[in-house]
Design a protein around this ligand. Sequence first.
Ligand code: MN3
Length: 200
Amino acid sequence: MPYELPPLPYDYAALEPTIDEQTMRIHHDKHHQAYVDNVNKALDGTEWDGKPIEQVLDNLDLIPEDKRMVVRNNGGGHANHSLFWEIMKPGGGGSPSGALASAIDDAFGGVDDLKAAINDAGVKRFGSGWTWLLWDGTGLEVRSTPNQDSPLMDGHVPLLGIDVWEHAYYLKYQNRRPDYLAAWWDVVNWDEVGRRFDAR
Ligand code: MN3
């Protein structure tokens, strides 16, 4: 079974004014669809066809060499965007709760410090990529990745990731990536991030 583009769990305009409708339409319907189509084409007819994307990304070194970079970029893109839509919601924001909140306090000193670290990593990412909160097997960590690289490629569990490709923000924020990152927290879905933490 090839991968499929997951439907957005809310309307395209639902994240306004933080993320504009046109950006969401192009980002979901065009960019994410292209990642899905390209990784499907690359894996078609291989033993990896139909395997969970997490398993594929954790075993990139086993993918045939002539397909490996295509799978890395587009399989990563599929996994990253599938997470991204889920960890946002209309009327989001606020603070995490439960075990995640305690773990954030212990690791970073509080959610404001965590946000500052994630935004800083996102601003410093040169070119295109993502800024993450991940579980590395023993603790929480903030890290950025280039292109569509995923923490899954290092065997880590991505909990929250913000897309800092220009296609994610340029129509509304132009070159002002720091403004996009600052505003993004108004749509964070902490319930979903907490669910991923509990399931890590
Ligand atoms: Mn994107």
